[in-house]
Design a protein around this ligand. Structure first.
Ligand code: NAD
Ligand code: UGA
Length: 313
C-alpha cells in the first residue's frame, strides 16, 4: 500500500505519517510546500526506505503512483489562512481538483480534511453533519470556510460523476505537540504565553466556545474513516466544550498560576460557539476521543518547553 499525505509536514499530517509508517508494509509519500509545516516534524522518517518527502505546492498538479490519498494540505490557523486569502482559495479549490484528478487517474481512495468552519457561525448547537451552516460568503474567513465547502462539493461531484471513493472528515479544533509555537491558534498561544510568563490574550468576549481534540485521537479517527465504508462527512472532534475564559483559567492552573490574563480585540466573523455532535462517528466508526483537555495540555506543554528551552522548575 503506497499512501500520499498532502500537508504531511503540519500538525495533524505529521502525526498521521507516524501512524501510517508504523505499518510494516506501508510506503508513505508526503507533498508539502512548508507554508505552515516543517521538515522537523518528519525528521525521524527522512532517509527511511519506505518514506519520501516532496516539496510541492498542491495548487499545481502532482504525478505520483499511490493507492490512497490523505489530502490535508491547507493552512489551518486563521492568521495564516487569512494572510494570503487568494492562495488559500487556490489551495482548497485547485489543490482539491488536482488531488481528485490524481485519484481519478489512479482509482485511488481519497480522504479530505474539511472543517467545522463549514458550519460558520452556527445557529444549531451542537453541530450535526446534517446542518448546512451559516457562513458569510464574502467575509475575511470565507477563503477558508467557503473554500472547504467548495472542496466538499468537488469531492461529492467526483464521487457521483466518476465513482471515486471519497471520505470527508469535518475536523473540530485540534491541538497537540508540534504545533507551530507562533501558529496563532488559541491553545498554542496560551501555552507559549504561559511558559514565557506573558499575559494570556483572551479575545473578547471570552465567552465564545470551542471543543478541543487531542491530535492523536483525531489521527485515529482519520485512519478509521479511511479504512471504513462511509463516505462522510463525519464530524471528528472532542465534544468537551470550553469558553476561552475557561481555557485561559485551565492553562493558568496547569502551567503558570502567576500568569496574567488580558482581554484583547477579536477578529471579524469569529464563530460564537462550536461543539461537535459525534453520534455518527461513534455509530459508523466506533470512534470517540480518549484524551481530555486537562490531560492534553500537559502533553503539549512538555513539547513546547523543550522547543522554547524553558524546563519545568
Ligand atoms: N487543527 C485543526 O484544528 C483543524 C480543524 C479543522 C480542519 N483542519 C484541517 O486539517 C488539515 C491539517 O491541519 P493542521 O492543523 O495540521 O494544519 P497545519 O497548518 O499544521 O498543516 C497544514 C500543512 O499543509 C501545508 N500546506 C499548506 N498549503 C499548501 C499547499 N498549497 N501545498 C502543499 N502544502 C501546503 C503546510 O505547509 C502544512 O504542513 C488542514 O486541511 C486543516 O484545514 C484542521
Ligand atoms: O474547529 C475548526 O474547524 C477550526 O478550528 C480552528 O479555528 P478557530 O477555532 O477559529 O481558531 P483559533 O485561532 O484557535 O480560535 C479559537 C478561539 O480562540 C480565540 N483566541 C484566539 C487566539 C488568542 O490568542 N486568544 C483567543 O481568545 C478566538 O477569538 C476564537 O474564539 C482552526 O485553526 C481552523 O483551521 C479549524 O478549521
Amino acid at each position: 500500500m503506497r499512501i500520499l499525505v498532502t500537508g504531511g509536514a503540519g500538525l495533524i499530517g505529521s502525526h498521521l505519517v507516524d501512524k501510517l509508517m508504523e505499518k510494516e508494509k506501508s510506503e508513505v509519500i508526503v507533498a508539502d510546500n512548508y507554508f505552515t509545516g516543517s521538515k522537523d516534524n518528519l525528521k525521524k522518517w527522512i532517509g527511511h526506505p519506505r518514506f519520501e518527502l516532496i516539496r510541492h505546492d498542491i495548487s499545481r498538479p502532482l504525478f505520483v503512483e499511490v493507492d490512497q490519498i490523505y489530502h490535508l494540505a491547507c493552512p489551518a490557523s486563521p492568521i495564516f489562512y487569512k494572510y494570503n486569502s487568494v492562495k488559500t482559495i487556490k489551495t482548497n479549490v485547485m489543490g482539491t481538483l488536482n488531488m481528485l484528478g490524481l485519484a481519478k487517474r489512479l482509482r485511488a481512495r481519497i480522504l479530505f480534511t474539511s472543517t467545522s468552519e463549514v458550519y460558520g457561525d452556527s445557529l444549531e448547537h451542537p453541530q450535526k453533519e446534517t446542518y448546512w451552516g451559516n457562513v458569510n460568503p464574502i467575509g475575511v474567513r470565507s477563503c477558508y470556510d467557503e473554500g472547504k465547502r467548495m472542496a466538499e462539493t468537488l469531492m461529492f461531484d467526483y464521487h457521483r460523476q466518476y465513482g471515486i471513493e471519497i471520505r470527508i472528515a469535518r475536523i473540530f479544533n485540534t491541538y497537540g505537540p508540534r504545533m507551530n509555537i507562533d501558529d496563532g491558534r488559541v491553545v498554542s498561544n496560551f501555552i507559549a504565553q504561559a511558559i514565557r510568563n506573558e499575559p494570556l490574550t483572551v479575545q473578547l468576549p471570552g465567552t465564545q466556545t470551542r471543543s478541543f481534540c487531542y491530535v492523536l485521537d483525531l489521527v485515529d479517527g482519520l485512519t478509521q474513516l479511511m479504512e471504513g465504508t462511509d463516505t462522510g462527512p463525519i464530524n471528528l472532534g472532542n465534544p468537551g466544550e470550553f469558553t476561552m475564559n475557561e481555557l485561559a483559567k485551565a492553562v493558568q492552573e496547569l502551567i503558570n498560576p502567576e500568569v496574567q490574563i488580558s482581554e484583547v480585540e477579536n477578529t471579524p466573523d469569529d464563530p460564537r460557539q462550536r461543539k461537535p455532535d459525534i453520534t455518527k462517528a461513534k455509530e459508523v466508526l466506533g470512534w470517540e476521543p480518549k484524551v481530555n483537555l486537562h490531560e492534553g495540555i500537559p502533553l503539549m506543554e512538555d513539547d513546547f518547553r523543550q522547543r522554547l528551552g524553558v524546563p519545568r522548575t
